[in-house]
Design a protein around this ligand. Structure first.
Ligand code: PMP
Length: 362
């Protein structure tokens, strides 16, 4: 393959071409320092400035209240599965989970190891084809927090309106849809996201945290697992993943230069429509996994009439430079991940291929 493909991988995922080109330009000599950003001290002015800029751009783009903190941690979103209960699950309370997919379930299972938990709602019985309805949510008597997964990467479902539990802290795993649309951050006590879908390369996890939550962190926790450690030291308590943070900064600048979140959101809606229209107009040849009102704008999941056709679909798509569309084994079929960096052009190429494939094999 000599040219770049249309890459629909679920994460790590395609990055904006201008970002990769800029990183390439900076690689040997960052800002006339004579070294790359990977080779310099994390205590240098350049690196502190990068982290400050990343936090400021996150706040600007997502309209995060100024007193919230944005942290850049390691260990992936999966480490947040246990950090959240370790930091916030107090005696006499229960960690509440709304289970809408495998990652939500993984988060719940980690909390079970830490303390009392409660499943407030789940769509597992329906193979996670939808998000829960507000009336299905039943909280425990003393919830420490309620945890949701805003976008279910594997199943292709997404919350379109977030639940509101008043004073009970709302915690969200937004790994696969952060920065893809506008929403009211002030309704959340904590948001976390692995970077490798919408924000940059793997290796850094972004945590957005409300200041009062930092005060709840118990002293006895290991230093690295306390959110307040990282907040007090501006994500520089230990050596942070500098290159990944640098890439996130470039992605954030790219989002800003692309017109900010409103423009990105509009483009994401347009992109998803191109693909969902093909499913809806295929007369049942392409069957979506998600129920319509729970459809994700980030991961479009669908099946073909049989597994032979699915295999053929993948190989013919690859011949046309369309890759990464194989679905997760728990759903089967296809999944097109169309995060911010996937272009409308890429979605149209996939949609045209799908229509053509149906004409030939339908
Ligand atoms: N949560 C969601 C919604 C995800 O999609 C993923 C990764 N695909 C994870 C958590 C796990 O992230 P990580 O690999 O960064 O631990």
């Amino acid at each position: 393959m000599t040219k770049r493909v249309f890459n629909f991988n679920p994460g790590p995922a395609t990055l904006p071409l201008p970002v990769l080109e800029e990183a390439q330009k900076d690689l040997l000599n960052y800002k006339n320092t004579g070294m790359s950003v990977m080779e310099m001290s994390h205590r240098s002015k350049e690196v502190s400035e990068l982290i400050e800029e990343a936090e400021a751009l996150m706040k600007e783009l997502l309209e995060i209240p100024q007193d919230y903190r944005v942290l850049f941690l390691q260990g992936g979103a999966s480490s947040q599965f246990y950090m959240v209960p370790m930091n916030f699950l107090r005696e006499g309370s229960e960690a509440n989970y709304i289970i809408t997919g495998s990652f939500a379930e993984k988060a719940y299972k980690e909390a079970v190891k830490i303390g009392p938990t409660h499943i407030a709602a789940s769509t597992k019985e329906e193979n996670f084809t939808r998000i829960v309805k507000p009336e299905e949510i039943k909280l425990s008597s003393h919830p420490a927090y309620v945890h949701i997964t805003s976008n279910n990467t594997i199943y292709g479902t997404q919350w379109h309106a977030f639940p509101d539990f008043g004073d009970i802290p709302l915690v969200a795993d937004m790994s696969s849809d952060i920065l893809s649309r506008r929403f009211d951050v002030s309704k959340f006590a904590l948001i976390y996201a692995g970077a490798q879908k919408n924000l940059g390369p793997a290796g850094v996890t972004v945590v957005i945290i409300r200041p009062d939550m930092l005060e709840r962190v118990p002293d006895h926790l290991p230093t690295m697992l306390k959110y307040d450690t990282h907040a007090e030291k501006n994500s520089l308590y230990n050596t942070p993943p500098v290159f990944a943070i640098y890439m996130v900064t470039l992605v954030l600048r790219w989002v800003k230069n692309s017109g900010g979140l409103a423009a990105i959101e509009k483009q994401n809606e347009e992109k998803a429509k191109v693909l969902y229209d093909v499913l809806d107009n295929s007369g049942g040849f392409y069957r979506g996994h998600a129920q319509k009102d729970s459809r994700s704008l980030m991961n479009v999941t669908f099946r073909l009439p049989n597994e032979e056709l699915e295999k053929l679909f993948l190989s013919e798509a690859a011949d046309q430079g369309i890759v990464g569309v194989k679905g997760h084994r728990s759903v089967g079929g296809m999944r097109a991940s169309i995060y911010n960096a996937m272009t409308l052009e890429g979605c149209r190429a996939l949609a045209d291929f799908m229509k053509e494939f149906q004409r030939r094999h339908g």
